[in-house]
Design a protein around this ligand. Structure first.
Ligand SMILES: Cc1cc2nc3c(=O)[nH]c(=O)nc-3n(C[C@H](O)[C@H](O)[C@H](O)COP(=O)(O)OP(=O)(O)OC[C@H]3O[C@@H](n4cnc5c(N)ncnc54)[C@H](O)[C@@H]3O)c2cc1C
Length: 371
């Protein structure tokens, strides 16, 4: 029996694996894909994670993260504002970052199970029994839910948010283009918004949050992009001039920003499985890293689990998670309403042009402090 089974090897799961393996626990990370792999994500990471990553010797300097010091916002007509970022961040692909953290976890003694999907999680006498793809089973004292936005495990646990449909889709490209190196840009278009940021090598990430309804209406990704993204002249130029690195984009659908319980049926959630912040805040990766740290710190504090300490662990983790992230998620949900809408995004650009402190205030509300 393992001490801890971590379901999902994204940022939240891998940070938990690294910290718990460092503390001497027997940990397994179960990931349905095989590293390295691409993921739908804007790949702009807030600098709030840098002190922590350095403290555990996991800051990936050698992968050449690109320093990002400015933010550009455009409305659906292409009117824009550029402003400095207080804290800033860096651009780095998930292909590189997740693989690097996975190798760090293995190097510190965590076991890795790739190409293995967790299908169900049931309580057992000493903890939990996991049903894996291929008919395999495994037992663990504790299970961490780090499976991201949406998974079969959400269905298996009958989580409430999974019953509600969501219209949001995410599409990601890696492109070569002639664009600024030092900024993360957020371009609105009718029905959605698209982020653009420099990542390692000579590539940029272009990733947008769009609508399933629009995709259905136009009948294909390219047709949708020509009829929606290209309405913003700045995006039109990027779409025309970009050299696409891969044949096809990465696409996900049913992205839900609804609140979720942080602990469900005894499974402790971290990262997007605990709550997904809207991408316009550019901060989900930092929250996943911070959440993985928070969860593993709590487990270390209560380990080994005795009678009653499981309840205390669940309660104190859920409370601290709400304190750290609850407000950010709420502000993100409210701000999201301004985007992808002609009038609201136009007003937002004008307002930020004229009232510079307002932009800073909004960023502070949706971003965390270095930890
Ligand atoms: C369009 C879009 C753009 C974004 N842009 C940014 C950005 O620029 N900056 C930023 O900070 N955040 C951004 N985010 C948010 C960010 O991507 C997430 O918050 C972050 O990836 C969460 O990490 P995680 O570890 O919780 O989940 P993930 O990184 O999604 O990892 C979950 C892992 O679990 C695996 N998995 C799932 N189910 C199972 C299963 N049943 N068994 C085994 N494995 C399983 C998956 O394969 C995956 O590898 C964006 C999100 C979207 C939708």
């Amino acid at each position: 029996m393992k001490d801890v089974a971590i379901v999902g090897g994204g940022l939240a799961g891998l940070i938990s694996a690294i910290q718990l393996a460092d503390a001497g626990l027997e940990v397994v990370v179960i990931e349905q894909k095989e590293y390295p792999f691409h993921k739908v994500c804007g790949e702009y990471i807030s600098n709030e994670v840098v002190p922590f990553l350095k403290s555990i010797n996991c800051y990936p300097e050698h992968l050449n993260p690109v320093p990002i010091s400015h933010f550009r916002l455009s409305d659906v007509k292409g009117q824009e504002v550029r402003m400095p970022l207080d804290l800033g961040g860096f651009g780095l692909s998930r292909y590189q970052l997740d693989n690097y953290l996975y190798q760090q976890g293995l190097g510190r003694g965590a076991e890795g199970m790739e190409r293995t999907k967790v299908r169900a999680i049931e309580p057992s006498a000493e903890g939990f029994q996991l049903e894996l793809s291929g008919g395999k089973r495994m037992e663990a004292r504790l299970v961490l839910g780090a499976w991201g936005k949406r998974s079969t495990t959400d269905k298996a646990l009958e989580r409430e948010f999974i019953e509600k449909r969501s219209d949001y889709i995410g599409v990601k490209y890696h492109i070569k283009a002639s664009l600024p190196h030092d900024e993360v840009a957020l371009h609105n278009y009718p029905g959605g918004y698209c982020g653009v940021v420099k990542i390692e090598g000579d590539c940029w990430n272009m990733c947008y949050l769009g609508s399933k309804e629009q995709l259905r209406h136009y009948g294909g990704i390219e047709e949708m992009e020509q009829n929606t993204l290209a309405k913003n002249p700045l995006l039109k130029r990027i779409l025309q001039e970009a050299e696409y690195i891969h044949d096809k984009p990465e696409v996900i659908n049913e992205i839900s920003f609804r609140p979720k319980p942080v602990v469900e049926n005894g499974v402790l959630m971290a990262g997007d499985a605990a709550g997904l912040i809207t991408p316009l805040c550019g901060n989900g990766m930092a929250m996943a890293i911070h959440g993985g740290k928070l969860l593993s710190d709590h487990i270390k504090l209560h380990w080994p689990l005795r009678k009653g300490s499981r309840d205390v662990l669940e309660r104190s983790y859920a409370r601290e998670w709400q304190r750290l992230f609850g407000n950010r998620l709420w502000v993100g949900r409210q701000t999201q309403k301004l985007f992808g809408n002609a009038a609201a995004s136009g007003l937002a650009v004008k307002f930020l042009r004229n009232v510079k402190p307002a932009g800073r205030y909004l960023m502070q509300q949706t971003h965390g402090q270095p930890f």
